[in-house]
Design a protein around this ligand. Sequence first.
Ligand code: SF4
Ligand code: SF4
Length: 290
Amino acid sequence: MEQLLRDEIRDYVLESPDNRFPGSDARYFDEPLIGFAAARDPLFSQFITVIGGYHLTPAEIMENCYGAVLGEAVTVICWVLPITRSTREGNRRQERTPSREWAFTRAHGEQFNTFLRMFVVDLLRQYGIQAVAPLLSGMWSPVREEPSGLSSTWSERHAAYVAGLGTFSLNDGLITEKGIAHRCGSVITDTPIPPTPRREGADHRGNCLYFSQGSCGLCIQRCPVGAISWQGHDKEKCREYVYGELRATVGQSYGIMETGCGLCQTRVPCEACIPPGTGQKKGEGQVSLC
Ligand code: SF4
Ligand code: SF4
């Protein structure tokens, strides 16, 4: 089942006409990274403390979908959809607003990500396997509550972390082997698949140059509204800009509501790889683009 899922998800991403810019053969996303987490991984329970009591476990979502008897959560299938080089390069040139390609990837590319969630659920159900996508389960909702402030009842990024696909960053992203410029997705299922190992002993922020060696901070300079500092990411300030000013300006001109921004995810060392130098001692590394 693991290989079948890897092949089917990869082929769907590479071949689907929905993963294409309008009127073009150019894709929103490149070949995905795919990982698997054990639904009983203790990290999912820890998120209740780290993120908030409202964050759901895989077991709660499965049980809500299938009932207490049939709804056994065993595996969480996770993927990362890397944004293409051409789109990243376009956004690198931007200083204040996202490029049209970036904004289309945020809006229509995320719509494709929804289709991918539905595809994976349907595929598993064809094999008689129970499956539910947390974001399509009816249980997902945004939350504004301490200790995390703006968050939600299920974090695709946190699930991808459990599935060994990356680690967190100063600007609140997930730095994977294909970098930080991506979208994530997940599906919970009752089929057993060996969990993807996380790097042994690795820090949960180890791929970020700031946390691994105290250097970089280029995402701070990239943010046009000062929403990132050495203390981290100000989600409220970021949201105000992205869902307020950007929606009213570039959103209007591009004809979409969800433009994203992503300036702090492009023209930075973690844009498309784990930055060289992470894992070194503080002060030893160099800052360069990959
Ligand atoms: S730009 Fe540098 S400090 Fe910011 S998230 Fe990337 S690696 Fe970390
Ligand atoms: S996405 Fe948010 S934090 Fe990143 S550059 Fe844009 S406004 Fe700043």
